[in-house]
Design a binder for this molecule. Sequence first.
Ligand code: ADP
Length: 288
Amino acid sequence: MSLSPPEKTAEQERSLLNVEVAGESAVATGSTEVVYELRGVDVHYGQALAVGGINMRIHKNVITAIIGPSGCGKSTMLRTLNRMNDAIPGFRLSGEVLYHDRSIYERNIDPVEVRRRIGMVFQRPNPFPKSIYENIAWAPRILGLRADLEERVENALRGAALWDEVKDRLKQSALGLSGGQQQRLCIARALAIEPDVLLLDEPCSALDPIATASVEELMHELRRDYTQVIVTHNMQQAARVADRTAFFSLNVENGSRSGVLVEYDTTKTIFTSPGDQRTADYIAGRFG
Ligand code: ADP
């Protein structure tokens, strides 16, 4: 189901942070289809519980932000959604991560196929030292999607709002692009294999404010066709881009710390009337 692009929010509100809250247009327009359902998810690295007891649903065509203090398991949770943690020594997951009702950790599920459906964009733009065209064409070629490759590359670059800026220099090195363009190129690279979900791990932390704005605007545009989950340490960013926000925090028990999901609601509720004191303290900058 395709949703209308976000309204330029009549419902924008001042939050506790004194920033504009993006509103809930995708939520309000009825995207209740569940893409992910996490049931009782615990993640350990070795003996240490990194994040525990996670129950949450992630909805289609909704931008979901994961926020919280450093070390509370934001990245771990994000990487759990496309099995990017698999290669980490000692990584262990219990509970269920259902993606369109199927457990992605079942024995017979191919992690490569999971990552084909669920793309990821990282903190630092990481284009290959190749031409702009080759950056985009690489993954489709590997996956045998060779038909109409030029069209596929163009569509991906258009999808990432980069085509007009690069169409005359497709053969030039991607490393010559600005930081913001490189990050949009990485998003285009993910789009080239037509994923269903985009996971973004602090995608703007290495970008200046103008480049950040271009990526955030792109996220709004992509909401029509993709489900997006973003980890950000920047609360203003969560307030600007996300429809729903999950606040994670650190529990300290017997001297060991692990991440917990404290509150998960519409971004408006999290930023203007959170139900949990820990959320309110964090949003207000009282980090304990
Ligand atoms: P956040 O993204 O919120 O900063 P992380 O998911 O990176 O949190 O980390 C959560 C916990 O898991 C932390 O205690 C961290 O030290 C631990 N952790 C993260 N990555 C690894 C790893 N590769 N090996 C061992 N422990 C890890």
